[in-house]
Design a protein around this ligand. Structure first.
Ligand code: TXA
Ligand code: MG
Length: 350
């Protein structure tokens, strides 16, 4: 049985937090909100708890976890040779959606880091996550609280859809604010490398650390070579096959509209995932249309993306046609990365 505990997102009840913290300390699995997505927490220094966490998610053991801590003071104990720049980045971005990769100290079990000699750490900003970490007084390993290969959860109901009965507790504080995961920055390379674009933008990182570079695999085709199909790992995928239309805005809309009408004429059930502008011509057709918000509002688009993928999955359509966003910089990078990873096929329009 999974205990569902509603909590106030700003001022959670201290007794609820203490109960969740105690559950984590004795090796239980607790899902909790962060400012990005819900995480599934386990005591990071308890190998058994971490093994149960991998089991509950169906996550392959070769995929390392992020260790969540209450503040920067926890970093020295979990790492070796943390570079000076870590303190600068933490001062600017913690608590917040930035994950830093360090050399691992021996105290961190290899189960957490999938055998790597590095460890990923972040200090989340959500008041519930902060209260939980402060009460638990342990480092908490927490991947997104979804079944492996499903879209990340931005509501407690998404967590329960995937993990009900497989975890001990979920703290339900409503929808998360940002909707895409933290940015993962590797500090063991010189210069530091963005391994996963996320809620802290590359531009923000470069304002502190101009040399930050992007790993090639995280670049969309507009930024360089198309990542090889093997790298389009379907980490964020809906069950329904998703076709992503990339390219110039007008060409994307024309191609998507043409293919949507052809599919509908052929009697297929289709879902459409697009910005308000791109979705508009398909309103009133038999297509299930989920509008992510206006093209100009990339924050809203990011915050709705995963819920939209789950909604279309539940709509029981044969295929999802998705229009890529036009925003190349900032949060657009993270949104385009997630759309690409969710896609089974990419069509280059125009
Ligand atoms: O926003 C987030 O980061 C959310 C919330 C819950 O904090 N967590 C999250 O965890 O997205 P997960 O497990 O879904 O993604 C962790 C990412 C993966 O891309 C993983 O490869 C990377 O962090 N990662 C973890 N440890 C790493 C390491 N030692 N070296 C390189 N990448 C690492
Ligand atoms: Mg995940």
């Amino acid at each position: 049985m999974t205990d569902i505990v509603p909590v106030d997102p700003v001022r959670p009840d201290a007794r609820d937090i203490e109960r969740a913290a105690a559950c984590l300390r004795r090796g239980g699995l607790v899902a909790f909100p962060t400012e990005t997505v819900y995480g599934l927490g386990a005591h990071a220094l308890d190998r058994e708890a971490v093994r149960r966490l991998f089991d509950a998610k169906g996550r392959p053991a070769n995929d390392p976890l992020i260790v969540h801590v209450a503040d920067f003071a926890e970093v020295p104990r979990l790492t070796t040779g943390a570079p000076d720049v870590a303190r600068t980045l933490a001062a600017r971005f913690w608590p917040g959606p930035l994950t830093l990769v360090f050399r691992r100290a021996p105290v961190v079990p290899p189960e957490v880091t999938a055998g790597l000699d590095t460890v990923a750490i972040r200090v989340p900003a959500h008041p519930v996550a902060r209260a939980l970490l402060a009460a638990a007084r342990i480092p908490v390993a927490a991947p997104s609280a979804n079944l492996f290969s499903r879209p990340s959860p931005t509501r407690a109901s998404h967590v329960l859809d995937d993990l009900s009965g497989r975890i001990d507790m979920v703290l339900d504080a409503g929808a998360t604010a940002l909707g895409v995961e933290s940015t993962v920055l590797d500090l063991t390379t010189d210069p530091p490398t963005v391994l996963r674009p996320g809620a802290v933008t590359v531009e923000e990182l470069r304002s502190v650390l101009p040399a930050v570079r992007l790993r090639d695999a995280s670049l969309g085709p507009a930024d360089g070579a198309l990542a090889s199909p093997g790298l389009l790992s379907q980490h964020y995928a809906p069950r329904t096959p998703l076709t992503l239309y990339q390219g110039e805005a007008g060409a994307v809309r024309t191609a998507l509209l043409r293919d949507a009408h052809a599919a509908l004429a052929g009697g297929r059930r289709i879902g459409v995932l697009a910005t308000r502008e791109a979705a508009a011509p398909l309103r009133g057709t038999a297509a299930v249309v989920v509008d992510l918000g206006p093209e100009s509002d990339i924050e809203q688009i990011a915050s709705r993306l995963y819920a939209a993928l789950r909604e279309l999955d539940a709509a029981n359509v044969d295929v999802i046609l998705a229009a890529d966003v036009q925003e190349r910089a900032g949060l657009g990078r993270a949104v385009r990365d997630r759309l690409q990873r969710a896609s089974k096929e990419v069509i280059h329009a125009g």
